[in-house]
Write a protein that binds this ligand. Structure first.
Ligand code: G1P
Length: 290
C-alpha cells in the first residue's frame, strides 16, 4: 500500500519558548524566512504525499491561515506590483490539501494521533513532529517512504544519541544490523530512566504507521508524564507484527529546544542562496571575538 496522508500534531502549548509563544504558536516561529511548520510541510510535499492532517488545539489558527489563500494580501501585493512575493505566497497556499482535527484535551502525543483516526481511515500514514527538522540531500520522509514500499510494516526514524541523553527520547532496542541503517525493533520505551536501556537509538519525529496502530492507541493508558504515549502504543503494535527502526541520512535539529532552534537558524541560514555567504562571514567574525 502507498502512503498518501501525513499527520502533523501541532496542538502542543510551546511552554519551552515562552514568552515568545504566548500569542503565537511555536510552529510559527521563524527559521530564516519561513515558519518552522513550513519546512515540515515542504518535506511532506517533496516526499510525494499530498494530504496533510493537522491535529490542532485552541489558539493555533495562525498555522491554518499560513497555508490558506489570503485574498486581501494578494490584492495589496498586486496593486504594489510585488509579483515575486505574490507568487511565493501562492506557492505556499497551493502546496497541499490540508484538513484539521481538534485535540480537545492535551492528553499526549498518542492521543493526538488517535484524534486523527477518522480522517486517516484504513490506510498507512506518516507522522511528522514539528520540532524535528532534518536537513539532508533526500528528505527524511522520502527515505522512509522508499523503505516502506518494500517493507510494508511500521517504521520509526531513529538517530544515535549520547547515552546520557537517552532519557529525553523514546528509545528503540533493535537487532543490530551490521553496517545497515535498518533494524528490526525488539522493544520501545518512552524516556527511559538512566541505566535502564543499553540502546542509544532515539526516536526522531518521523514515523510511518499502519492503521492497526489505532486499535492500540485507543486502549493505551497514560504512561510517562501521565500522558498517552505514542511509543507505548507502538510497543503493543510491535508485539503483533514486524516493526523497523531506520537511521536516516541527514542532520536533525531539535527546533523545540532553544539551542537546537538557534543551531537550525544557522544551518538553514548558511544554506540560504542569498544570505549564506554573508552569514558565514559574520559567524567567522564573531568566532574571532570569542
Ligand atoms: C516525542 C516522542 C519521543 C521522541 C521525541 C522526538 O517526545 O514522545 O518518543 O523521541 O518526540 O523529538 P517529546 O519531545 O514531544 O517529549
Amino acid at each position: 500500500m502507498k502512503v498518501r496522508k501525513a499527520v502533523i500534531p501541532v496542538a502542543g502549548l510551546g511552554t519551552r519558548f515562552l514568552p515568545a509563544t504566548k500569542a503565537i504558536p511555536k510552529e510559527m516561529l521563524t527559521i530564516v524566512d519561513r515558519p518552522t511548520i513550513q519546512y515540515i510541510v515542504e518535506e511532506v510535499v517533496a516526499s510525494g504525499i499530498d494530504q496533510i492532517i493537522f491535529v490542532t488545539s485552541e489558539g493555533k489558527s495562525a498555522i491554518e491561515n499560513h497555508f490558506d489563500y489570503d485574498f486581501h494580501l494578494d490584492a495589496v501585493l498586486k496593486e504594489k506590483n510585488k509579483k515575486s512575493l505574490g507568487k511565493e505566497l501562492d506557492m505556499i497556499s497551493n502546496l497541499i490539501d490540508i484538513v484539521s482535527v481538534r485535540q480537545k484535551k492535551p492528553l499526549g502525543l498518542g492521543h493526538a494521533i488517535w484524534t486523527a483516526r477518522h480522517v486517516v481511515g484504513n490506510e498507512p500514514f506518516m507522522v511528522l513532529l514539528g520540532d524535528d527538522l532534518v536537513l539532508g540531500d533526500t528528505p527524511c520522509a522520502r527515505q522512509m517512504l522508499d523503505m516502506f514500499d518494500t517493507l510494508q510494516d511500521p517504521i520509526v526514524a531513529v538517530q544515535r544519541v549520547p547515552r546520557d541523553q537517552t532519557f529525553q527520547y523514546g528509545i528503540v532496542e533493535g537487532e543490530e544490523n551490521e553496517g545497515g541503517r535498518t533494524h528490526k525493533v525488539k522493544r520501545l520505551v518512552e524516556k527511559p530512566a538512566p541505566g535502564t536501556t543499553d540502546s542509544d537509538m532515539a526516536i526522531i519525529g518521523r514515523y510511518i504507521l499502519t492503521p492497526d496502530v489505532f486499535d492500540f492507541l485507543g486502549t493505551t493508558t497514560p504512561g510517562h508524564g501521565g500522558e498517552i504515549q505514542l511509543t507505548d502504543a507502538l510497543l503493543a503494535l510491535k508485539n503483533s507484527r514486524y516493526m523497523y527502526a531506520y537511521e536516516f541520512e541527514g542532520t536533525r535539529y531539535d527546533a523545540g529546544d532553544k539551542l537546537g532552534y538557534l543551531k537550525a537558524i544557522l544551518a538553514y541560514g548558511l544554506r540560504h542562496e542569498k544570505l549564506g555567504k554573508d552569514l558565514a562571514a559574520h559567524i567567522k567574525e564573531l568566532a574571532g571575538e570569542i
